[in-house]
Design a protein. Structure first.
Length: 510
């Protein structure tokens, strides 16, 4: 893949959009020269300490419950290889290529801080794997998120030593063959390096960051779809009044209310019934700023946690070259990410839930709209079953929103007696995003169909752009057809950013 630029990572400078770009293969990555001395200093401390015969957890001792078992320095290198092999217990479908690449990036980024004691060669190989499209096959299940993502990160580390499986430019092969095809050589792990590669929260954080990136687009698309539905339902813009929303000054509520005002600005449809006798709209329309806004506030809180995490050191023990210390702690525990991803899953489930109610209202045959949005209702079912699908997806999301972080099962013979289950939280949130995108896609289709029936009345400044772009990809539903393809087309408009980008080009950032 052609890359557009080069990013120098230093352990502190990752953002969610940048992780997304690198994971998608949009840029090359290189270790910043400024941090190379820090990495060397950490490595030199490890080697001096081993040479002096001092006890270091996971370097000259066993792991977990075996922490008191001393390892002869001459066996310490074999210990690191054995650690990686023994922790490769993952099962289930592999992570997506983007998530696996993001995990490689985040692991290299954490090691770049210099507090893990690895050689520069380890970091450089991880980054070159990204640049040359060597992606480890990482089973998605098997992490309890305690000493980090031990099992999945071990599968990642396998490829560095020329084992396991990987994709090379999208083709699956052995890790050794993938490295060879990319003109890279496997490493022989040295003191502490196996431990440093598998101790961390990079799997859950990678899945979470990519889910959060998609969630941001989904939140914007939900505002667009909600505004289209409001127009189509002959609703009122009164609930978006700046004076009203300023009296409850949550940032997300203010932002969504402003979005709604901009989206329907100049709407001939809303103007046509400004003096109608309906006093209030249903909550799913009237409470859009409150509900959508609360979801945005939750998402921004989660994004903050993820950015902190992806720029953190989550190894154990931590090497402090400044004073020669080895500090054993719990920086690898996934609780911050676990709680954040559970929170985001619950918030996004609410976004889908309110969207499904608008989907339902548009099909009732109210306000002059035909039942199920079909001119030939009876002979044709129109969008009847699309609402069934939305209902199923929303119900599934409610199940997926049960927080994984409230569970804990002790591991390592009780040494690791409280775990986060953060990778489960992240995977569940990813599934919630999948379902949400389809729910919003269904609302976009229904809202566009309903707006067709409002012609020749004109849509608002933003909704007119959205209606036009939906119609460029999906035609009006005059007769029954396979709607799955329409839903997928609408979802692609959302997920690609095409819909949001087009609307933002007209009315500004949502």
């Amino acid at each position: 893949m052609q890359t557009s630029s080069l990013v120098h990572i230093d352990g502190t400078n990752l953002t969610i959009p940048l992780v997304k770009r690198i994971a998608a293969g949009g840029v090359d990555v290189k270790l910043a020269e400024s941090v190379r001395p820090l990495v060397r200093a950490g490595r030199e401390l490890v080697e001096r300490t081993v040479k002096a015969g001092q006890q270091i957890y996971g370097v000259t001792t066993g792991f977990g419950r075996l922490k008191s078992v001393m390892i002869d320095p001459k066996d310490a290198i074999e210990l690191q290889r054995n650690l990686v092999l023994s922790h490769c217990t993952g099962v289930g479908a592999p992570l997506s290529e983007d998530a696996a690449r993001a995990s490689v990036l985040l692991r290299a980024h954490s090691l770049a801080r210099g507090y893990s004691g690895v050689r520069l060669e380890v970091i450089d190989l991880l980054l070159e794997m990204l640049n040359r499209r060597v992606t480890p096959i990482i089973p998605s299940k098997g992490s309890v998120g305690a000493s980090g993502d031990l099992a999945p990160l071990a599968h990642m580390a396998l490829v560095l030593i020329g084992e396991g499986d990987a994709l090379f430019e999208g083709t699956r092969m052995s890790g050794a063959d993938a490295l060879k095809a990319a003109n890279l050589k496997p490493l022989v792990l040295s003191y502490k390096e196996g431990l440093a590669l598998i101790n961390g929260t990079q799997i859950m954080t990678s899945i979470g960051a990519l889910a959060a990136f998609r969630a941001d687009l989904a939140c914007k698309a939900a505002d667009i779809a909600g505004a289209m539905s409001l127009e189509a339902f002959f609703g009122t813009a009164a609930a978006f009044d700046e004076r009203l929303n300023a009296l409850r000054p949550h940032p997300g509520q203010a932002r969504v209310a402003a979005n709604m005002r901009h989206l329907v600005r100049g709407s001939g449809i809303l103007a046509s019934h400004v003096d109608c006798d309906r006093v209030q709209d249903p909550y799913s329309f009237r409470c859009i700023p409150v509900v959508h806004g609360a979801v945005r506030d939750a998402m921004h809180a989660v994004e903050n946690t993820l950015v902190i995490e992806m720029n953190s050191v989550t190894d154990n023990p931590i090497v402090i070259p400044e004073d020669g210390s080895f500090i054993t702690g719990g920086n690898f525990h996934g609780e911050p990410v676990a709680l954040a991803m559970d929170y985001l899953a619950m918030a996004l489930t609410e976004l889908g839930s309110i969207a499904e109610r608008r989907i339902y209202k548009l099909l009732e045959g109210l306000e002059g709209l035909p039942p199920f949005l079909s001119e030939g209702h009876g002979l044709h079912s129109g969008y009847m079953l699309a609402q069934y699908t939305a209902a199923a997806l929303v119900s599934e999301n409610k199940t997926l929103s049960y927080p994984a972080s409230v569970d804990s099962i002790p591991t390592s013979a009780g040494q690791e007696d409280h775990v986060s289950m953060g990778t489960i939280s992240a995977r569940q949130c990813e599934q919630v995003v999948d379902n949400l995108e389809n729910v919003i896609a269904i609302e976009l289709l229904e809202a566009a169909q309903a707006l067709d029936f409002r012609a020749p009345l004109k849509c608002g400044q933003g909704t007119s752009v959205a209606h036009k772009i939906v119609r460029e990809h999906v035609p009006h539903l005059k007769e029954d057809r396979n709607l799955s393809k329409d839903i997928e087309a609408a979802r692609a408009l959302l997920a690609s950013g095409e819909l949001v980008n087009a609307v933002e080009a007209e009315i500004g950032v949502l």
